[in-house]
Design a protein around this ligand. Structure first.
Ligand code: NAP
Length: 289
């Protein structure tokens, strides 16, 4: 059996189209959705991510307010900017690109983002709401929400499924596990101290891998017919490529594809969903105005 590909690029494009429709409707009512991006320092990867987010905003008709601060900025300077954006009515979402320079405390800055503009969904109260029955936070964190959307839009039944999540980070593993529980899956979370990860994986109807280790999950760990969402992004050497490098996931894709029912590729799976969900959150924020 060769698994069906879960095409994150195509699903993300659909969501971005839906966002554009929502943005056009808001603009017709006189509301212009706006996302502020805050970039501190010269990290090339951060610059690339922010420029991709701004480009996606432009395509969806969302205005982006970009702020760049030097790597030498003090915590007070970054905090003052975030607070100013927090009280700016034209700004519906604030994205502080991480990591921040070491003299700036990440927690202090992220806590300064008002809940109503936390379109990254990283505020502890937004994450905490995921753990409480009957509570809905203002926003869901983008990458985990993207994983759930990939399952939903590929027709994977979450309710009642045995789901295994590899990784328990604040930004992926833990929130995605909470979202799966909210959707009535029975969830097992594996981490670096888990003793029987392989066995647990073999029982997974849904497997979400978010640990950051190339090809960690082998083909024979996969339950036949399972849905696999591979969040991992790992660069490995590949002499056949001009760059000498290649991006791979946490799952041995070639082997897993022969056993799974549905699987995301890397790249082109979860990656494109993160920005799509950021745009969706920004629209949602502007719709509340
Ligand atoms: P992270 O903060 O480094 O967390 C890694 C998690 O994996 C930790 O919970 C760790 O366990 C667990 N882990 C490490 N070794 C393990 C093992 N042998 N068995 C089971 N669990 C193990 O990573 P992250 O930020 O969540 O990111 C995970 C991966 O997703 C990375 O490759 C990252 O690049 C990728 N990612 C992709 C996107 C995207 O596509 N948009 C977004 C975010 C992240 P402990 O808690 O015990 O240390």
């Amino acid at each position: 059996m060769t698994a069906e590909l879960i095409d994150g690029k195509a699903i993300a494009a659909t969501i971005r189209g839906e966002v554009k429709t929502g943005v056009d409707a808001l603009k017709a009512r006189g509301v212009n959705p706006g996302l502020a991006t805050v970039l501190v320092g010269d990290d090339p990867a951060s610059h690339k991510y922010v420029s991709m987010k701004r480009k996606a905003c432009a395509e969806a008709g969302i205005e982006s307010f970009h702020h760049e601060l030097p790597a030498t900025s003090t915590q007070a300077e970054v905090l003052a900017l975030v607070q100013k954006l927090g009280s700016d009515d034209a700004v519906h979402g604030i994205l502080v690109q991480l990591p921040l320079p070491k003299q700036v405390d990440e927690k202090t800055i992220l806590d300064a983002v008002p809940l109503s503009k936390d379109v990254d969904g990283f505020h502890p109260l937004n994450i905490g709401a995921l753990a409480m029955k009957g509570r809905e936070g203002d926003f869901k964190p983008c990458t985990p929400h993207g994983c759930i959307e990939l399952l939903d839009r590929s027709g994977v039944e979450i309710s009642g499924a045995n789901a295994v999540v590899l990784g328990r980070s604040n930004i992926v593993g833990m929130p995605v596990a909470l979202m799966l529980i909210e959707r009535n899956a029975t969830v097992t979370v594996c981490h670096s101290r888990t003793k029987n990860t392989q066995e647990l994986c073999r029982n997974a109807d849904i497997l979400i891998a978010a640990i950051g280790r190339a090809h960690f999950v082998k083909g024979d760990w996969i339950k036949p017919g399972a849905a696999i969402i591979d969040v991992g992004t790992n660069v490995i050497d590949d002499a056949s490529r001009k760059s000498g490098k290649r991006l791979v996931g946490d799952v041995d894709f070639a082997a897993a594809r022969e056993i799974a029912g549905k699987i995301t590729p890397v790249p082109g799976g979860v990656g494109p969903m993160t920005i799509a969900m950021l745009l969706q959150n920004t629209l949602r924020s502007a719709q509340r105005v």
